[in-house]
Design a protein around this ligand. Structure first.
Ligand SMILES: *Cc1c(COP(=O)(O)O)cnc(C)c1O
Length: 219
């Protein structure tokens, strides 16, 4: 068995175990393969195993990947911040955008979209200065502001735990995102995009619907 295949089996098993632990249906959790810094051969292998949700954090890189992987069954996620001048290049080429991190980017996204795009509002739950996203208080206003845009479909919230945090702290930050989500009135069930290679089991236990895993598939 190749390393990628055994890593994939391990990830699938851990997703199942985390769901079992908190009595969640495994179908609620979508693993996204973060392909940044990986070779096309590595990505091809994950695709061959049947996984279809792929992500890049940079616009240029995502567009390059789409040239190499034009398969129509791939679901593309942009998970990194978007600069205004790049909005028009990308928004009609992806199915999910995880990182609306400021009010000023929404107008441009709306203007450039041909049809609705599923988006997450990024929340800086830890409050670290280096992190993007709305504050826990500011996200309520952002959610309201997004309602004026017909094509921006806010389906939930995204966050990243700090790299040096211990398990208890990570759990706390993920829990806080869930609390934010519960406080927001919405007609649809809001989704949470949280959890990476180091912390996705905790994220699932705390309610994640989309887990963004890179390294763990490949190393
Ligand atoms: C790189 C990246 C990930 C995946 O990180 P790993 O630790 O490699 O799993 C997830 N989310 C974002 C926004 C990233 O940039």
């Amino acid at each position: 068995m190749t390393m990628i295949k055994s890593n994939a089996e391990q990830i699938v098993t851990r997703i199942q175990q985390s769901c079992d632990k908190v009595s969640r249906d495994v179908q609620e959790v979508c693993p996204i393969i973060v392909t940044k810094n990986r070779t096309n051969e590595e990505i091809q292998e994950v695709y061959s195993l049947g996984f279809r949700h792929f992500a890049e954090n940079r616009v240029e890189k995502l567009l390059e990947r789409q040239e190499v992987f034009p398969q129509e069954d791939i679901v593309w996620h942009l998970i990194g911040p978007l600069q205004k001048r790049k909005v028009k290049q990308i928004v009609n080429r992806i199915q999910y955008f995880h990182a609306i991190d400021r009010l000023s980017i929404m107008e441009e996204i709306e203007k450039r979209l041909d049809s609705p795009l599923k988006c997450f509002l990024e929340v800086n739950v830890s409050g670290e200065e280096s992190k993007h996203g709305f504050t826990k208080a500011g996200v309520f206003e952002a959610f309201e502001a997004a309602k004026q845009y017909e094509k921006i479909d806010i389906i939930g919230f995204m966050t990243m735990a700090p790299f040096e945090a211990n398990e208890e702290e990570i759990r706390h930050y993920f829990h806080e995102l869930k609390e934010v989500s519960k406080k927001i009135q919405s007609t649809s069930t809001l989704k949470l995009s949280m959890g990476m290679s180091q912390d996705y089991p905790i994220a699932i236990e705390e309610g994640a619907h989309f887990i963004r895993i890179g390294t763990a598939w490949f190393e």
